[in-house]
Design a binder for this molecule. Structure first.
Ligand code: URA
Length: 434
């Protein structure tokens, strides 16, 4: 087989066979296929797309490039969740402990943040002493003892994805539905869960800008999951303004704990986290209907069992869980700078991407994979879409390092203003398989 022929076939819009795809993925992971040939094929796939059969074959080849986790020693249906990524998305920290507290084992592998979006691993890393890279034995022990496990993706899960994703990142080939499907689903299938809920983000701050594209991506992942015997359903949710008030790692831990304590229960973040948790409970066999599942979620907040599960997870995999009760034990910023409104009006929109990039510049996120994070910095976003604002009202609090220079206009320019009332918009845009 010659890599040249695969590139040529795809360049003309032809289909690749499962054998050809496996040849490419094996060679890319082993380093026997040069990066320039993989990059050319990635670009051809971006332009020409892949059929369902090709996407399935790519997912399988990537899954089989590494190890598959065997969770069969843990009783019950294991249910995972994946979000395609957004600004301020801390749903894993909230729903993982809830689902586990309701009796469903929840094994999760997470990523580190890059660019304007944060990563769940970095948020967990803000809890002092918590180990975020668990060995297989530690992961299984956590799942057995707390029903919740979260770890950074290990190098032996779908290593071909690591290689191809790094190439996609530098060749502008990330935004391709078959490539995203295979990348996410290969890791999820290798992770060993029986069921998966997807949160596919849609909007200006997400990979998928239109509802049509978000539906196509969600359906593609659902088809691949089902073809491999996984129970799978997807929600398509809006991503424009940041999710919740916190952007930045320690701040996002605080907001998650507040929701687990029963605060901000009607916020969009709480509603989304509760709904995703409810879908997971239904798939895990812990509730017969959405209504029953949402009631169980609420009960786990009210009786404190969800927060107690997070405490047990942190104690088991870390030092102690005192920082969950006393936020002064979390990483702190050098200083806090208030940003106030320089005009009056109604907020029509908040640019989540711009705010995510500003938080990244403060040190909450990575511009480059090797950047070091400052876990105590970030933004408290007080401005809300639809809010009527008077001049001088507090809109943002910037949690910054001692030396950071803060330019208020950069924060204020993330706002769009109107003189008209703003109609509330739904956060749930569609669902597939629910
Ligand atoms: N997240 C992934 O893991 N892979 C992609 O391709 C996109 C988002």
């Amino acid at each position: 087989m010659r890599m040249y022929d695969l590139i040529y076939t795809k360049k003309l819009g032809g289909a690749l066979s499962a054998e050809q795809i496996a040849f490419w993925v094996r060679g890319a992971a082993a380093g026997s296929i040069p990066d320039e040939q993989s990059a050319a094929l990635l670009m051809a796939i971006c332009w020409r797309g892949m059929s369902t059969e090709e996407t399935l074959a790519l997912t399988l080849a990537m899954r089989d490039s590494g190890k598959r986790l065997d969770l069969s020693s843990i009783p019950g249906l294991k249910v995972d969740k994946h979000s395609t990524g957004g600004v301020g998305d801390k749903t894993t920290l909230i729903l993982g402990p809830i689902v586990a507290a309701c009796g469903v084992p929840c094994p999760m592998f997470s990523g580190r943040g890059l660019g304007h979006t944060g990563g769940t691993v970095d948020k967990f890393a803000a809890i002092p002493g918590l180990k975020v890279e668990l060995s297989e034995a530690e992961f299984l022990r956590s799942l057995r003892e707390t029903r919740f496990a979260n770890s950074a993706q290990t190098a032996d899960i779908a290593p071909a994805d690591k290689k191809l994703y790094a190439l996609r990142d530098v060749t502008a080939t990330v935004e391709s539905i078959p490539l995203i499907t295979a990348s996410i689903m290969s890791k999820k299938l290798a992770g060993g869960a029986d069921a998966l809920v997807l949160d596919v983000k849609c909007g200006p701050t997400a990979f998928m800008k239109t509802l049509d594209d978000a539906r196509t991506l969600a359906q593609s992942m659902v088809d691949v999951g089902r073809a491999h015997g996984m129970q799978i359903r997807a929600l398509i949710t809006r991503m424009d303004a940041p999710l919740g008030w916190a952007i930045g790692n320690a701040l996002e831990v605080m907001e998650s704990v507040e929701i687990l304590r029963g605060e901000h229960g009607d916020s969009e973040l709480a509603q989304l986290s509760f709904r995703l948790a409810a879908e997971m409970l239904i798939m895990g066999g812990a509730a017969p209907s959405l209504e029953a599942a949402l009631a169980r979620v609420q009960a786990s907040i009210q009786d404190g069992s969800a927060l107690a599960t997070l405490r047990r997870f942190v104690t088991l995999n870390g030092r102690d869980a005192l920082a969950l009760d006393d936020f002064s034990r979390l990483p702190q910023p050098g200083r806090v700078v208030d940003i106030r409104a320089d005009r009056e009006g109604t907020i029509a929109a908040l640019d989540g991407r711009a705010l995510g990039l500003l938080a990244m510049d403060l040190g909450a996120g990575r511009r480059d994979r090797n950047d070091r994070l400052d876990l105590g910095v970030g933004l408290r976003v007080l401005a809300r879409v639809g809010q009527k604002v008077a001049k001088g009202d507090l809109l943002f609090q910037v949690y910054a390092g001692d030396k950071a220079s803060i330019v208020p206009d950069l924060y204020l320019s993330s706002l769009e203003w109107t003189s008209l009332p703003v109609a509330p918009t739904a956060w749930l845009l569609a669902s597939i398989g629910c």
